[in-house]
Every structure is written in structure tokens, then in C-alpha cells.
Design a protein. Structure first.
Length: 262
């Protein structure tokens, strides 16, 4: 399978750090041409430069996934540069620790705009390009264990990830006739900058008293006995970007070490 994504043109949103950066690195190492699309232009360029230094092909691009014009611009630039778009990873997302009764309208709307609407826009605009160029394509969305279960400190985040699963299923049904597959993957607890943020928020809310207490306690139910790293995710994500997954669509693949069994 190592050659199966060779020369595929792939956009990965939110790839300036964390899981997205891991996805991009793995794809590039296997020959894909990767666009590092992120709101943080400096972070995107740093990831792209690191990939190029390792012999991969990568370009950085600024994007606000909640803004349709911004997403359309990234796709247009990608096609202008590489000739087509084969795979779209709608990975960009944010989270927030907040007790259920304290979630405000602003909190809810901010997370849904990026995690939910951003996936809808990214899926729509990628599909339009894939339909126009012909030959099908692949769209892969980042869901979460929070898209399968509701957690009281992350109610609005969970709602947004349930939305990702729903959009994935709806898009799979809508786009199958164009030979476009749409799937998502659901990480559990991943040791990235995002969990460092959540760890601080747990302490700010008085829910924990020391660093890493939150991630350690939240991870107690992982059957494999440890939190994950981006490298634990990329076997699945590269598979979903490859021809090996051509007969899979509308699915959410759990990559959580056995934390949620469905």
C-alpha cells in the first residue's frame, strides 16, 4: 500500500499542527502531493518546509474553513498548481472544556461554525471540483469519539462531531453516483497541542489540580492502555486516501484504542 497514494493531490485542512500535520507527513512520505491548509500561515509553512526537507512535496496555504470563499480559493490554487484534486481531508477543528450548564450560544456557535459548517463547506467545494474534473475522488472528515457519545464537559464539541458523522453519511449518499467516497475517522485521546489546551482548561475550571491529570483520568477506559499519538492515526487516514478503500463509503472508522465500542 505504500505506493497507493503516490502522486495523489491532497488538501489537509488544519494541518499546521497535531493530527493534521501527522496525516500530511505520512501522505507525503508515501508520494502524495500535499497542501498544508491552515488558518495559521506560519505553522502551515513550517510543516510544508519540514516535509520538503525530507524529500516530500508540499505547499502551504492559508484557509478559514468556515468561509466558503477561502475554501474555494485553496482548492482553486491547488488545481492551478497540481492540475486536479484527488483527496480532501476536512480535519480542521477546535474544542473547549466547559461544564454543560455553562455552555453559551457564542460557545456553541463558534465550535459548530468550524467543526460542523467547515466540514460541510469543505465537502461541498471539494466535491464540486471532483465532479468537474471527473474520475471520482475521496473526502475524509475528522470525527471523534465525541461523535459517538456525549460528554458533559464537551457538549457543544460533541454536537459538532455528531454533525461530522451525519454530514459524512449524507454526502456519501449524495456523491456515490459521481464515484466520490466520503468517510470519517474517529480518534480518541491524542497527545497533541489540543489536549494541552484542554488540560489547562480543566485546571482553570477547578476540575483538576495538576498538569496532565485531565488527560490521564480521561484515558482510563482505553482498552490498549495508553493515549494515542498522530502516528497511531495515520495508518487509517492514508488507507482512506488510497485505492485500497475504494469500496468503503459513509463510514466512521474508530481509531481510539478501544475507548468506545460500537
Amino acid at each position: 500500500m505504500s505506493e497507493s497514494v503516490a502522486d495523489k493531490v491532497v488538501i489537509v485542512t488544519g494541518s499546521g499542527r497535531g493530527i493534521g500535520a501527522g496525516i500530511a507527513h505520512d501522505l507525503a512520505s508515501k508520494g502524495a502531493k500535499v497542501v498544508i491548509a491552515d488558518l495559521n500561515s506560519e505553522a502551515a509553512e513550517a510543516v510544508a518546509a519540514a516535509i520538503r526537507s525530507q524529500g516530500g512535496e508540499a505547499q502551504a496555504a492559508p484557509v478559514d474553513v468556515s468561509d466558503r470563499a477561502s475554501v474555494k480559493a485553496v482548492i482553486a490554487d491547488t488545481v492551478s498548481r497540481f492540475g486536479r484534486l484527488d483527496v480532501m481531508f476536512n480535519n480542521a477543528g477546535i474544542s473547549q472544556t466547559c461544564p454543560f450548564l455553562d455552555v453559551t450560544e457564542d460557545d456553541f456557535n463558534r465550535i459548530m461554525k468550524i467543526n460542523g459548517l467547515g466540514v460541510l463547506i469543505g465537502t461541498q467545494e471539494a466535491a464540486k471540483q471532483m465532479i468537474a474534473q471527473g474520475g471520482g475522488g475521496k473526502i475524509v472528515n475528522t470525527a471523534s469519539i465525541a461523535g459517538k457519545q456525549g460528554y458533559p464537559l464537551f457538549a457543544h464539541y460533541c454536537a459538532s462531531k455528531f454533525a461530522v458523522v451525519a454530514i459524512t453519511q449524507a454526502a456519501a449518499r449524495a456523491l456515490a453516483e459521481h464515484k466520490i467516497t466520503v468517510n470519517s475517522f474517529a480518534p480518541g485521546v491524542v497527545a497533541t497541542e489540543l489536549w494541552q489546551q484542554l488540560d489547562r482548561e480543566f485546571m482553570d475550571h477547578g476540575l483538576t489540580s495538576k498538569p496532565e491529570q485531565a488527560i490521564n483520568e480521561f484515558s482510563q477506559s482505553i482498552l490498549l492502555g495508553r493515549v494515542s499519538a498522530p502516528k497511531d492515526i495515520t495508518g487509517v487516514t492514508t488507507f482512506l486516501a488510497s485505492p485500497a478503500s475504494d469500496y468503503i463509503t459513509g463510514q466512521t472508522v474508530m481509531v481510539d484504542g478501544g475507548m468506545v465500542l460500537i
